[in-house]
Write a protein that binds this ligand. Structure first.
Ligand code: SAM
Length: 332
């Protein structure tokens, strides 16, 4: 079942809330493990989305401005090479960088449809409306509220036989590891026709000091983003997790090539998650993982894509090799 509201130029499709919101089961599973862990998609309630947008403007958070600069340099080439008339963006958020690509496709006179897809209901409609307003010649914006792990089938069929781009920017792919990452990439491959392309943004392995600074900003915005996850649980699941007893931790795990965000209990505490009838204990100093942000090398990008049946057409990077934007196609 899906819900669609149809306007002339605006469509919004929502996966049913009961299927999309796995918060209860994820919290029960994650808080009853010996090493507690929460699922990062739950960081993005309305407040989490606002905080993420603020993170993107921080001096320490180089990925957004670097990816934007790469896109700015590459957008005309991407539009030219792909001949795309349509852009589907997974984890679109507020689509701030996406405009660069939409501008290039628009300048080529081909912009027909934009599909922002995100788990966060709070961002999909405003993003869709903003893009509609900014691109009067755009035929349609079709927003999808869903989980790109389970709801890719909600993406509308391509409008015509003309090519489309599926974009996954912001190194969102780095929030997934192992079989989950493989499943997400394979799911994307299954949506690509021979003429379509994936545009994948990946943060690259670099000096750990630069990586750790990006997740430990001086203004504490990333800390607020991380701690907001406890507010989400308290609000949505009738919990009483003592937010002030937790502190933000972010470390680069050099043996795994990823940054882990955790929440650490300053002192022992107990909490009750009413909706789950669950009591949870934390010992002093106990850490709970809230997000993995994996970093990539060109070889790892190629391997991951190849395992999903994709091959690289072109990799665009910045002069400092901080970030990569990869255009990939279904393997011959
Ligand atoms: C790291 S942010 C990137 C946002 C934007 N693409 C950018 O590059 O700045 C990740 C985005 O993906 C969304 N997201 C996270 N997990 C998701 C999931 N499982 N399904 C759909 N969207 C998800 C979040 O709500 C958020 O908007």
């Amino acid at each position: 079942m899906r819900a669609t509201s149809t306007g002339q130029r605006l469509d919004i499709t929502r996966a049913p809330l009961a299927e999309r919101s796995t918060l209860a089961e994820d919290v029960r599973d994650g808080l009853t493990r010996p090493f507690k862990e929460l699922v990062p998609k739950h960081l993005y309630d309305a407040r989490g989305c606002e905080l993420f947008d603020e993170i993107c403007t921080l001096e320490e958070y180089y990925p957004t401005r670097t990816e934007r600069a790469i896109l700015t340099a590459a957008a005309a080439d991407i539009s030219d090479r792909t001949g795309a008339i349509e852009l589907v963006e997974l984890g679109a958020g507020s689509a701030s960088k996406t405009r660069v690509l939409l501008d290039a496709i628009d300048a080529d006179g081909r912009l027909e449809r934009y599909v922002p897809f995100d788990i966060a209901e709070a961002v999909v409609r405003p993003t869709a409306l903003a893009i509609l307003g900014e691109y009067p010649e755009l035929g349609q914006v079709h927003g999808v509220v869903g989980d790109f792990i389970s709801d890719l089938d909600l993406i509308p069929e391509p409008a015509t036989a003309a090519p489309r781009i599926l974009a996954l920017l912001g190194s969102t792919i780095g929030n997934f590891v192992g079989v989950e990452r493989a499943a997400l990439l394979s799911g994307i491959t299954s949506l690509l026709r021979p003429q379509d392309r994936l545009l994948l943004g990946t943060d690259l392995v670099k000096d750990p000091a630069v990586l750790e600074a990006a997740y430990n900003d001086r203004r504490g915005v990333t800390a607020a983003f991380n701690l907001n996850l406890l507010e989400v649980i308290n609000r949505e699941l009738d919990g009483d997790l003592p937010v002030e007893n937790f502190e933000h931790v972010a470390r680069f795990e050099s043996d795994l090539d990823w940054v882990e965000m955790r929440l650490r209990a300053r002192a022992p505490c107990q909490a009750r998650i009413g909706a789950l009838n669950l009591e949870v204990d934390f010992v002093a100093g106990e850490e709970m993982r809230t997000e993995i942000s994996a970093k990539f090398t060109p070889a790892r990008i190629e391997d991951n894509l190849a395992a999903a049946g994709l091959e690289i057409e072109r990799i665009y990077t910045d002069a400092g090799d901080l970030f990569a934007l990869t255009l990939a196609r279904p393997a011959a």
